[in-house]
Design a protein around this ligand. Structure first.
Ligand SMILES: NC(=O)c1ccc[n+]([C@@H]2O[C@H](COP(=O)([O-])OP(=O)(O)OC[C@H]3O[C@@H](n4cnc5c(N)ncnc54)[C@H](O)[C@@H]3O)[C@@H](O)[C@H]2O)c1
Ligand SMILES: N[C@@H](CCO)C(=O)O
Ligand code: NA
Length: 435
C-alpha cells in the first residue's frame, strides 16, 4: 500500500455544487490519490448553517461556520459560496496564506478578476475556474491551454441554461415567455429571482471571462453590451421558425477592426439573436450550453454539454483540483492569466451584422418604395422582404432581412422608420448571427 502525502483541501460552501464536490472527494479518495500521487484530504467545509439539509450525506464533523480559520490550514481552497462578499475577501485571504484556489464563481471573477489574478500571480498561486463558464463543459482549460498557440477570432456561446431552456420551450411549444419561465421555475432550472438569467447578466459575466481568456486581455464586465430575453415574444419565435431560424441568447466575443480608426479591438456582447436552424448552436436544446469557437488555425470548434447542475459542475471543480494537486506533487509555479494584448473593447455601434426587422405599415400604394428609400439613405442594404396583408385592419406586416450593416446605421434606420408616417410600429428588431 502506497503512503501518499496529503494535500489539504478546504471547501467554502456546501450547496448544489459544494456538497457534490465533497461527496466525490470522499467517495473517490483512493482513485484520486492514485491519479495524483498525493491524497486530497478534505479538512473542512465552511457553511452558514452546520445543520442545514444537504444534497449529499456528509460527515457532520467536517462542517464549520468559521471560514477564516479553516482557510489557514489549507493547501487548496475551493470557493463555492457564490456572491461577491465574503467570497472575495476569503479568496484573497486564501491566496495570501499561500493556498491555491478553485472557484466556480463567475460573478466574483467578472467583478474582481484582475484583482484576484494579480494577487495570485504575486505569490505564484494558482486560481482555477473551469466551473465558472459552461459548468461541466471543458472550455476554460481549452482556451487557456489547448488553444494557447492559436489565435481565437470569435466565440459564439450559449452560456446560460435557464434562458436556453425558456427559448427552446417557446420554440417547441409556442409558449409565451411568461409560461416558459413558469415551467423553468417549476422544473428547478430558473432561480426564485430569475433576473440574472433572463436579464442576460449571468451570460455577460461569462462573456467577460471568455473574452479575457480568448483575447489575452482584461475585459471589464461593464464594457459588455447586454440585452436579456425579456423582450422576446412568441410572435418573434414563430416568425423566426417560418424563416428557418431559431432565437438563442448568445454571448459573442469577436475580434473587430475599429470602423473609424482601423485599430484592432474586440466586441463582447450578449443578446437574443436569430441563428439559422442549420447552425450547430441551433441544435442546443433544453438547459444545455455550447460554446462555438473559431480559431485561425484550428477552424471552428464546438464544446457542448451540461452548463449547470450540482454534480455536473462538480466534475469541473474536481478537474481543477486534480490539476492543482498534481502541480503540488511535481512543483513549479501556477499558470497566470495573460493580459498582455490589452485590446480596446469597442462599443456596440461598431459591430457589423445582419438584421431582421418587422414593421407594421399602412397598406397603401408606394409604401414599399418609401421604406426601401429609407434603408438606402442610411446605407443599409435590404436582402429580402416579406409582406403579409391583413385585409381587416388595412395594415401590412413587413419582415425585412438586411445584408451586413453597421449597428449604428441600423439604429439610425430604425429610428427613422419609427418616425415615418407610413410606419404604424417597429414590432421587432433582431440580429442574425452564425451565418
Ligand atoms: N449550481 C450550478 O449549477 C452552478 C454551475 C456553475 C457555477 N456555479 C457557481 O458555483 C457557486 C456555488 O453555486 P451553488 O449552486 O452550489 O450555490 P448554493 O447557493 O447552492 O450554495 C452556496 C453554499 O455556500 C454557503 N454560503 C453562502 N454564503 C456563505 C457565507 N457567507 N459563509 C459561509 N457559507 C456560505 C451556503 O451555506 C451554501 O452551502 C456559485 O458561484 C455559482 O455561480 C453553480
Ligand atoms: N443560472 C445559470 C447556472 C449556471 O451558471 C444558468 O442558468 O446557466
Ligand atoms: Na466549464
Amino acid at each position: 500500500m502506497i503512503e501518499y502525502r496529503s494535500i489539504r483541501v478546504a471547501l467554502l460552501g456546501a450547496g448544489s455544487v459544494g456538497s457534490q464536490v465533497a461527496r466525490l472527494l470522499l467517495e473517490h479518495a483512493d482513485e484520486l490519490a492514485a491519479r495524483i500521487g498525493a491524497k486530497l484530504e478534505l479538512v473542512g467545509i465552511a457553511v452558514r448553517d452546520v445543520d442545514a439539509k444537504r444534497d449529499a450525506d456528509l460527515p457532520r464533523e467536517l462542517f464549520t461556520t468559521d471560514a477564516e480559520t479553516l482557510i489557514l490550514g489549507a493547501d487548496v481552497v475551493v470557493e463555492l459560496m457564490g456572491g461577491l462578499e465574503p467570497a472575495r475577501t476569503l479568496v484573497l485571504q486564501a491566496i495570501a496564506s499561500g493556498a491555491d484556489v478553485v472557484t466556480g464563481n463567475k460573478a466574483l471573477l467578472a467583478a474582481h478578476g484582475p484583482e484576484l489574478f494579480a494577487a495570485a500571480e504575486q505569490v505564484g498561486a494558482q486560481l482555477s475556474y473551469e466551473a465558472a463558464v459552461g459548468g461541466a463543459i471543458p472550455i476554460i482549460r481549452p482556451l487557456r491551454e489547448s488553444l494557447a498557440g492559436d489565435r481565437v477570432d470569435r466565440i459564439l456561446g450559449i452560456v446560460n441554461g435557464t434562458t436556453n431552456f425558456i427559448l427552446d420551450r417557446m420554440d417547441s411549444t409556442g409558449a409565451s415567455l411568461e409560461d416558459a419561465l413558469a415551467t423553468a421555475t417549476e422544473l428547478g432550472y430558473a432561480e426564485a429571482d430569475p433576473t440574472a438569467d433572463i436579464g442576460g447578466y449571468d451570460a455577460a459575466q461569462k462573456a467577460t471571462i471568455l473574452a479575457s481568456l480568448a483575447f489575452h486581455t482584461s475585459v471589464p464586465v461593464e464594457a459588455v453590451h447586454r440585452e436579456g430575453i425579456t423582450g422576446v415574444t412568441a410572435e418573434q419565435i414563430a416568425s423566426a421558425q417560418r424563416a428557418g431560424y431559431v432565437v438563442k441568447l448568445l454571448a459573442i466575443c469577436e475580434r473587430l477592426a475599429d470602423p473609424d480608426t482601423g485599430d484592432e479591438g474586440v466586441s463582447v456582447r450578449v443578446y437574443p439573436a436569430l441563428v439559422p436552424r442549420t447552425h450547430p448552436l441551433a441544435a442546443v436544446r433544453g438547459a444545455n450550453n455550447a460554446v462555438f469557437v473559431e480559431a485561425a488555425a484550428a477552424g471552428p470548434l464546438m464544446f457542448y454539454g451540461a452548463g449547470a447542475g450540482g454534480v455536473q459542475t462538480a466534475s469541473a471543480v474536481l478537474g481543477d483540483l486534480v490539476a492543482i494537486a498534481r502541480r503540488h506533487v511535481v512543483g513549479g509555479p501556477g499558470t497566470s492569466e495573460s493580459t498582455h494584448a490589452d485590446v480596446a473593447v469597442l462599443p456596440i455601434g461598431s459591430i457589423t451584422t445582419r438584421y431582421a426587422i418587422t414593421l407594421e405599415v399602412e397598406d397603401e400604394p408606394g409604401v414599399l418604395a418609401k421604406i426601401a428609400k429609407l434603408f438606402s439613405e442610411h446605407g443599409v442594404s435590404v436582402e429580402q422582404l416579406q409582406q403579409t396583408v391583413d385585409e381587416g385592419s388595412g395594415r401590412a406586416t413587413l419582415v425585412i432581412g438586411t445584408h451586413e450593416a453597421r449597428e449604428q446605421a441600423l439604429a439610425d434606420t430604425v429610428a427613422a422608420l419609427a418616425a415615418h408616417p407610413v410606419v404604424a410600429s417597429v414590432a421587432s428588431v433582431l440580429r442574425v448571427e452564425g451565418s
